[in-house]
Design a protein around this ligand. Structure first.
Ligand code: GLV
Ligand code: MN
Ligand code: MN
Length: 445
């Protein structure tokens, strides 16, 4: 809960800056409802829960799955219960707007995603969405009329499990949609049909794109997903920037042959080549100074039978760093190693740069607003980069962007064991609320 002293200082500051503030002595100070935030997160966790599981079992709510579709339907009702009307865009992103006192001002946008990785946790994305809904509740409950409209957003398809593409629908909003993207097939499903499954309309996809300046600012509350805040016992992280991501689709072609009759020297084993490449990715990323990381997270072996030498392997190679130049160098290094491995194993290895996420610095003004909000709540802060990708990095090309992190216990994420204390969830949500109100006071961020 927000302290009385913090509230009085917020109310005092805004009384000078914001003529639209209308709450009086009889009304409550703006604060989120921590119990409702928890209740909603617990309810959301039932969508995609393993059979017979509990909250601690986490969720598999991959974009476009039944769990995702049903959770989104439930979310539409929750959004309505917050007193705002949900609106789907043609990509399946869900917006809901609370009118401001000065309607010609661009809205302040805030939200996150509810799709998960397979075997994911209960907080990645979910916390940011539910906290955003709390902001909508809290502003109304306090009888407050902001100057800017406030806009809640639930981004569709953030994780890169489906179609190997992450931040997929905020990406379209930012104008990154290439010819043929909607014809991609994953799990036997065309991407256009996947978008239809969640209520989007691929035939009108161009209407999703928003011009620069569409919003006053974008804010996203998220769990850190690393261990910096937890180790330092600092409740609020102010993100300085989000790493760039380069992801390659790799196909290794060997020759499928009988595992019992083909002598060792005559094999063209695609899995042996792929395995050597996996180790090369680790070595390339680890053997230079810096925070860059490299991962092979997906491997599909064909025909995947114990008595057949693998003839084909498809895999992903992903590098992340704040510097795009570093990512290009890592890409060149892995291509050179792949050529050498292909020669040694009598296979062919093709690498295609499948997706890139730009690195995105958080706007200094938004970082400052988050810092002030945390100060007013008496919460210690630390600035840090984000090693995870976020929809915020797409929206950063359209308006000033900032992110608030809260601690992930043990730095665990993309796992059912992902955990953030309920108190930290509430602290993060109140900081989001304070930052939204702080940005509302400013004519320019
Ligand atoms: C999203 O969670 C990512 O960093 O891949
Ligand atoms: Mn994630
Ligand atoms: Mn996330």
């Amino acid at each position: 809960m927000i302290s009385r002293r913090a509230f009085l200082s917020m109310a005092g500051a805004s009384a000078l800056a914001s003529p639209m503030r209308v709450w009086g002595r009889a009304q409550s100070p703006p604060a989120i409802d921590a119990a409702r935030l928890r209740r909603r997160l617990e309810s959301l966790s039932t969508y995609g829960r393993p059979p017979g599981g509990t909250f601690a079992s986490g969720v598999s709510r991959v974009a476009y799955s039944v769990a995702d579709v049903t959770a989104r339907a439930w979310m539409l009702e929750e959004i309505k219960s917050a007193g705002v009307a949900p609106r789907l865009d043609a990509a399946g992103n869900i917006y809901a707007r609370l009118a401001g006192g000065e309607p010609n001002r661009p809205p302040i946008l805030f939200g996150s995603h509810i799709d998960s990785v397979p075997g994911g946790g209960n907080f990645d994305g979910d916390l940011g969405v539910m906290a955003a809904l709390e902001v909508i509740h809290a502003v109304q409950a306090a009888g407050l009329k902001t100057r800017h409209p406030l806009e809640f957003v639930l981004w569709a398809h953030e994780e890169s499990t489906a179609f190997g593409k992450g931040t997929a629908c905020s990406r379209i909003v930012a104008g990154d949609l290439k010819p043929g993207d909607l014809d991609q097939v994953w799990n036997g499903m065309r991407r256009a049909d996947a978008i239809r499954r969640i209520g989007g309309d691929p035939d009108r996809i161009e209407t999703v794109v928003r011009p620069k300046g569409s919003w006053h600012a974008y804010l996203e509350l998220h769990i850190e997903q690393g261990g910096t805040l937890d180790r330092a016992k600092v409740p609020i992280g102010i993100v300085e920037g989000i790493v760039a991501i380069h992801r390659y689709d790799v196909v290794v072609e060997g020759f499928a042959n009988h595992a019992g009759t083909t002598p060792m020297g005559e094999r063209q084993d695609a899995l042996v080549a792929a395995s050597t490449l996996v180790l090369a990715v680790r070595e390339i990323a680890a053997s230079r100074q810096g925070r860059q990381v490299g991962t092979v997270g997906r491997l599909e072996v064909e025909p995947n039978s114990p008595n057949v030498i693998p003839g084909r392997v498809a895999l992903s190679v992903e590098f992340r760093d704040l510097s795009e130049a570093t990512l290009r160098e890592l890409g060149e290094a892995v291509k050179a190693r792949a050529a050498a491995i292909a020669r040694d194993t009598k296979t062919t290895i093709a690498l295609t740069l499948a997706t890139t996420n730009p690195s995105a610095p958080a706007h200094a003004g938004v970082q400052d607003a988050i810092g002030r909000a945390a100060d007013q709540l008496g919460l210690q802060t630390r600035r840090l980069p984000s090693g995870a990708g976020h929809d915020a990095q797409m929206i950063a090309s359209l308006c000033p962007m900032g992110m608030i992190f809260v601690p992930s216990v043990g730095g665990i994420s993309h796992s059912p064991r992902e955990l953030t204390s309920w108190d930290d969830c509430a602290r993060g949500a109140n900081t989001l609320l304070g930052a939204v109100l702080e940005l509302d006071r400013r004519d320019s961020v």
